[in-house]
Write a protein that binds this ligand. Sequence first.
Ligand SMILES: [Fe+2]
Length: 388
Amino acid sequence: MLERRVAGSVAKKHHVALREGGELRYEECLTRDGFDGPYTILYHRGRPHAQRAVELTHGWTAPAETPGQPSQRALRKRHYQSQKLAAGGGSPIDARVPLLFNRDVVLGVVKPKGDDPTYFSNGDGDDLYYVHEGGGTLRSVLGDVVFGAGDYVYVPRGLVHRFVLDGGAAQYWLSIEAAGGVGPLKQFRNDVGQLRMDAPYSHRDFKRPHFEAPRDEHIRDLVVRRDGRWHGFTLEDSPLDVVGWDGTVYPWAFPILAFQPRVSSIHLPPTWHGTFATKGALICSFVPRLLDFAPDSIPCPYPHSSVNCDEILFYADGNFTSRRGVGPASISHHPMGVPHGPHPGAYEASIGATRTDELAVMLDTYLPLQTTAAALAVEDPGYQDSFI
Ligand SMILES: [Fe+2]
């Protein structure tokens, strides 16, 4: 969550009447952690809970364990060529393809072809996207967030929204569904919740929702994802009939290149690239930067056994000096239990290098990841042996 925002009209206090032209507005409290956590209070023209249950067929397929997973599948370094996934077709609600998952996170790829025709609320977790290609507008009850390639886009759990895509642009997003919430690392904040002076980004780097006035797109369908299943509703009013809101729960976008990388005299561990935290995982950004400058320092990542993390890397752009055979949109999966490190020659060749232009998103998870059939279909079978 970021700082509190106010948009449009709100009542003088929580839970007292807000009237406009003599008409009473309806409060909706979007709360987290029961009523203990961050919250936002919205004011609607209509009753936000007036929903008729209907059959609506939308949504991506829940990730399913591939037979033999995880205990019987051999322990190997893996490379999934997400470039080979066919465009899922349909809107973002329908086009998501889960690839790797555990109890905490589901990592997938979304290659949507058109705007969401209905509103969507994810009751299973926060959604964080990394927009590898494309862009558009996240339209929500709290306003519009415009995003483009290179942005992270954050959608809080339970937020009613839909995506409107930039026409004609190819869309290629990495998706991370996080059951335990997503946000800046705790240590980036000072006592009042502000991002610290020495955090690797500031409040100014985030694109927040632009709210103008109540609107009606004449869409009344809402699909809700809950416990991996989809549930349809028809709303009585436009969910965008909001006259104002205040709070800390809202969507945002953050350009990955706004992350300020750190450089040391010797190699810094991945934690220094930590960008967002979620329960059970750390999301890191590797952006173009100068490299380590101590005499004889080795800038290439050292071989390591990170004994309780599965490590996922989504390669976005640049030259990945430590990896052979990976290209943009490749996803590597280095599981806990065996060491991993650079490809042959990369370690030695990196000595004396002064900068890197790599751009990548990394996810370290504390529970082992399982693989879906969609991931197996685009797996590079030669990856394990490519380190010999
Ligand atoms: Fe690693």
